[in-house]
Design a protein around this ligand. Structure first.
Ligand SMILES: CN(C)C(=N)NCCC[C@H](N)C(=O)O
Length: 291
């Protein structure tokens, strides 16, 4: 079988800056899928943040998650809920369960056995909610954890979780250019801990998470790149959620919040103290269902 050649560089998707408005047109109303942290726990360690001996406060996790959900609703977004499954303590990180673009879904396949069951729960949800175009994954991919939608393309991370061979599947599923970038720092094991698309020509990123090749690709793809500090990145500041106008950002990412505010975005700080103990932030809890 011939391997499909995927757009692994940014040729042909260079930024279109000529004649752009001062702020790209917003597409504020979004639809998200979230899963309440009913069974949330840190029972195993599959990333550098997790330590099963650290106590977690599940009530606080639920309250923080609920505030995040209510924030989206107050901004006019729609939030659908995925039923949590017992013994899947990381299921609250709904963004890892699929990738959805143009009403089409690419399923996830998790690297670690502890999370394998989540892929099937997501598949069932899409099957029963009117998404007939579902592509099951062949190689490991952890959904939007490693697939960052960037309007003209999808930036796809590899190095810790997603198998780079899955990037071909991603291209086949959506017909969009896929820009592969390697992640090099285990603290930022998913792409959405190190790169956040703010609007159609702006992204924020933490340079230390990427190799030279990846940095070059990001600089080519985004007309405006905001550099986050290591402190921002460690506070999961890049695990933010933007609708192009409002940006929901972890409170502790003070520098990033200030830069975004200066650039006139409506910055909404959120606390995610408990979910951070499992290595997650607001974006991880939020799977975008792009129509
Ligand atoms: C922003 N991040 C990292 C995510 N997209 N997902 C969080 C997954 C956390 C889970 N304990 C794990 O290690 O898989």
């Amino acid at each position: 079988m011939t391997m499909q050649v995927v757009a692994r560089d940014t040729a042909g998707i260079a930024p279109e800056t000529a004649g752009r408005p001062s702020r790209p047109a917003g597409r504020p109303a979004r639809t998200y899928l979230m899963c309440p942290p009913e069974h949330f726990a840190v029972e195993y360690a599959i990333n550098a943040w997790m330590d099963p001996s650290t106590p977690i406060d599940r009530d606080r996790a639920m309250a923080e998650w609920e505030r995040l959900r209510a924030t989206y609703v107050s901004l006019g977004h729609t939030v659908h809920l995925l039923e949590p499954v017992e013994h899947l303590p990381d299921m609250v990180f709904a963004a890892n369960g699929a990738t959805v673009v143009g009403g089409m879904v690419m399923g996830a396949r998790f690297r670690h056995p502890e999370r394998h069951g989540e892929a099937e729960a997501h598949r069932r949800w899409f099957e029963s909610h009117g998404y007939p175009r579902f592509t099951p994954a062949v190689h490991v991919n952890e959904g939007e954890g490693d697939h960052v939608y960037a309007y003209r393309a999808i930036v796809a991370g590899h190095g810790f979780r997603t198998d780079p061979r899955a990037h071909n599947e991603l291209h086949d599923a959506f017909g969009l250019p896929v820009v592969s970038v390697a992640l090099v720092d285990p603290r930022f094991y998913h792409l959405d801990t190190a790169l956040c698309v703010i609007d159609s020509f702006t992204a924020a990123y933490y340079p230390g998470a990427f190799d030279e090749d990846g940095l070059l690709k990001l600089k080519t793809l985004f007309p405006e790149l905001i550099e986050a500090t290591e402190e921002d990145a460690l506070a999961f500041g890049l695990n933010a959620v933007s609708d192009g106008r409002h940006v929901v950002v972890p409170h502790d990412a003070a520098h990033l919040r200030a830069v975004l505010t200066q650039r006139d975005y409506d910055v909404i700080p959120v606390e995610m103290t408990e979910l951070r103990k499992a290595g997650g932030g607001p974006k991880c809890c939020t799977l975008e269902l792009r129509p």
